[in-house]
Write a protein that binds this ligand. Structure first.
Ligand code: SAM
Length: 212
């Protein structure tokens, strides 16, 4: 079993990714980004994009949706700030360095919280999800997209073998679906409303929860 992930290590890893992130992960992750944004824009209002990275998602939201973006990596966020300036995105209210588990926002502020390719990179996913729910308005939606580990077979073996290196690159490839399902089952104020398989071959999932 690979050692667990730590926040400083992840921040360092994304500091190294920042100069090449858009080139490596821009297109690959685009379908998931577009799908989560389509769901978030149906809700509109004020949206928190956690782990906003270099801000690839920001220009894709409707210009009437107010956006706040946070990320643990300053170099990634600097790229997002440059992008907002270059594109003149007036609907981006805040971009701030912040830990996803300790959001410096009051309770019930956002209509939706979006986290694209983030939840498997945080050290304590359940406590992080708790904080996402805290900042959501009642009736609001938490929308995730992420690679989810295989339950068995050759893909599971590959993910377990790749895990130690992936930790150093900033994520957990073997992350099990059960953690996300069990978190919702135990949280009295949350309903899991959708798990949608995403390409390639359903290895990624779009996941929606509603705060009651
Ligand atoms: C795979 S990237 C995804 C970036 C962006 N959402 C996208 O779709 O391209 C993961 C992002 O999550 C950020 N991240 C990782 N751990 C975090 C934490 N504890 N708090 C906030 N952001 C975090 C990383 O710095 C990185 O920018």
């Amino acid at each position: 079993m690979a050692a667990d992930i730590d926040r400083a290590g992840v921040a360092k890893a994304y500091g190294r990714w920042a100069p090449v992130y858009d080139l490596v992960f821009g297109k690959v992750f685009d379908h998931g980004r577009q799908s989560t944004i389509a769901e978030a824009d149906k809700i509109g209002g004020r949206i928190l994009d956690v782990g906003v990275g270099t801000g690839l998602s920001l220009s894709e939201y409707s210009p009437t949706t107010k956006l706040c973006g946070v990320d643990i990596s300053e170099p990634m966020l600097r790229k997002a700030q440059q992008r907002v300036r270059a594109l003149g995105l007036k609907n981006v209210e805040t971009l701030a360095v912040m830990d996803a588990k300790n959001l410096a926002f009051p309770d019930s502020l956002f209509d939706a919280v979006v986290a694209q390719y983030v939840i498997t990179a945080v050290p304590d996913p359940e406590a992080t999800l708790d904080d996402f729910i805290r900042v959501l308005k009642p009736g609001g939606e938490l929308i995730l997209v992420n690679h989810i580990g295989a339950e068995s077979g050759p893909r599971r073996l590959f993910e377990l073998a790749f895990a130690p290196l992936a930790r150093r690159l900033g994520w957990r490839p073997e992350f099990p679906w059960a953690r996300l399902a069990n978190w919702a089952a135990k949280h009295s104020g949350v309903t899991l409303t959708e798990r949608r398989p995403m390409p390639p071959m359903g290895h990624f999932s779009l996941i929606r929860y509603r705060k009651s």
